[in-house]
Write a new protein. Structure first.
Lengths: 145, 215
C-alpha cells in the first residue's frame, strides 16, 4: 500500500521536504533548553521525516533510507539512554535521575544537570522516533519477523 | 490572548469536530481531524503555551493523521452508516448531562493567570525562581520535564514504547501462520509477505482485502 505515488509533483515535493523536516527535528531535539519543543516533539518530526518517503517514494528507496529494523532499534536505544541517565547518578551515590550527583572534574553541578537534560531529551527523541516508525511499519504490514 | 480570535477558533473547532464525525469518507474525516488539531495548536499558542502548541501541531496534525491514513489503507475507506437511531437518542441526554456537569464544575475553577490559584502557590514558584540557577536552562518547561519531574517523563516514554510493542504484537503476521500450513485452510496463502497485491491507489481501497477473502 506504500510505494511510489503516481504524481510526480507529490513525489518531488515530499523528497525535497523530508530532509528539511529531519533537520528541523534534530534542531528541536537539540534546542529544547532554549526554545519550544524537546525530545518528544523532535522525535515526532524525525518520525515524520522517515514516514513521508515511505508513503510517496519507491519502496526499495525509502526502506533503504530508513530500514524497518531502525524503528525497534532506535526505540530500544533511546529507552536505554534514558534509563542510563537515571542509573549512572546512582553509581555516584545519588538518587535515581539526580544528574547533579555525577562528579566529573571541571563540570559544576548545574552544568551537569544541563547535560543530563540533554541526554534525556535525546533519549526521549530516539524512543519516540522508534516507536512511531515501528507502529507505522507494523500497520503497513512491513515488520521484522 | 485575543478574545474575538479565540471565539472564532472555538467555533471552527466545534465545526470541524462535528463535520469529522458526520462525514462518510474516512480520508476526509482524517483531514478534518488534522485541521482540528492545527486550530487547537493555534489556541495553545494564543495563551503562550508554545511547547504544547508545537507538540499538538506535530503529533495531532501530522503523525496521527498519517497513522490513521495507514489504518485506512489497510482496511476500508468508507464508514458504515449507523442504523440504530434509538441508541443515538438515548446517548444525547447523557452527553448533555455530562456537558452540564463539566460547565458546572468549571465555574469553581480559578481564572487563568490568577496569582492566588492553588497551582501557583506550591512548588511551582520554587521551580520558576531556581530553574535557571539550578540547571542553566532558560526554558522552564524543559527543565521541569527532564529534570524536576523526569520520572514522569520516564513513565511517559515507557508508555509510548510499550504502545509500539503492543501494536506490533497485535498486528504482526507470523511467517509460520502463513507458510507452513498452520493457517486456517479457508484463507488464501500469500505469495510473499512483502508483495503488495492490491493497487494502492485504486478508487476502492478495500480491494486490499481481496487477498484475504475465502476461496
Amino acid at each position: 500500500m506504500t510505494g511510489a505515488y503516481p504524481s510526480v509533483v507529490v513525489r518531488v515535493v515530499c523528497a525535497l521536504l523530508s530532509p528539511f523536516i529531519l533537520m528541523f527535528g534534530l534542531y528541536v531535539v537539540a534546542h529544547g533548553h532554549y526554545g519550544p519543543g524537546g525530545g518528544f516533539a523532535g522525535g515526532v518530526f524525525l518520525a515524520v521525516a522517515a514516514i513521508l518517503p515511505r508513503l510517496t517514494l519507491a519502496e526499495e528507496l525509502s526502506y533503504r533510507l530508513v530500514p524497518v529494523s531502525m524503528g525497534p532499534l532506535m526505540g530500544g536505544i533511546g529507552m536505554l539512554l534514558f534509563l542510563a541517565a537515571g542509573t549512572v547518578p546512582m553509581l555516584f551515590g545519588g538518587a535515581f535521575l539526580d544528574y547533579a550527583a555525577v562528579e566529573v572534574a571541571a563540570i559544576e553541578a548545574a552544568r551537569m544537570r544541563y547535560l543530563g537534560i540533554l541526554v534525556v531529551e535525546v533519549g526521549v527523541g530516539l524512543a519516540v522516533f522508534g516507536a512511531m516508525v515501528t507502529i507505522f511499519d507494523v500497520l503497513m504490514g512491513r515488520s521484522e519477523r | 490572548m485575543i478574545v474575538p480570535l479565540d471565539l472564532i477558533i472555538f467555533a471552527v473547532l466545534i465545526l470541524t469536530a462535528v463535520l469529522a464525525i458526520n462525514v462518510k469518507d474516512l480520508l476526509a474525516a482524517v483531514a478534518l481531524l488534522a485541521a482540528y488539531s492545527l486550530f487547537a495548536s493555534l489556541l495553545f499558542a494564543g495563551v503562550n503555551a508554545v511547547d504544547v502548541s508545537l507538540v499538538e501541531a506535530a503529533l495531532g496534525a501530522g503523525l496521527t493523521g498519517v497513522l490513521f491514513i495507514g489504518a485506512i489503507l489497510a482496511t476500508s475507506r468508507h464508514s458504515m452508516a449507523r442504523r440504530n437511531l434509538r441508541r443515538r437518542y438515548t446517548m444525547l441526554p447523557l452527553i448533555g448531562a455530562f456537558l452540564a456537569l463539566m460547565v458546572y464544575a468549571s465555574i469553581d475553577l480559578p481564572d487563568r493567570g490568577d496569582p492566588e490559584a492553588p497551582a501557583h502557590l506550591g512548588v511551582s514558584q520554587t521551580y520558576l525562581r531556581d530553574s535557571l540557577d539550578d540547571t542553566q536552562t532558560p526554558n522552564v518547561v524543559t527543565s521541569l520535564l527532564a529534570d524536576y519531574r523526569s520520572q514522569d517523563t520516564l513513565g511517559e516514554t515507557l508508555v509510548i514504547v510499550t504502545a509500539a510493542l503492543a501494536a506490533t504484537l497485535v498486528l504482526i503476521r507470523r511467517r509460520d501462520d502463513e507458510y507452513q500450513g498452520h493457517a486456517p485452510s479457508r484463507e488464501l496463502p500469500l505469495p510473499d509477505g512483502d508483495e503488495v497485491v492490491a493497487d494502492p491507489y485504486a478508487d476502492d481501497v478495500r480491494s486490499a482485502d481481496r487477498r484475504r477473502r475465502p476461496r
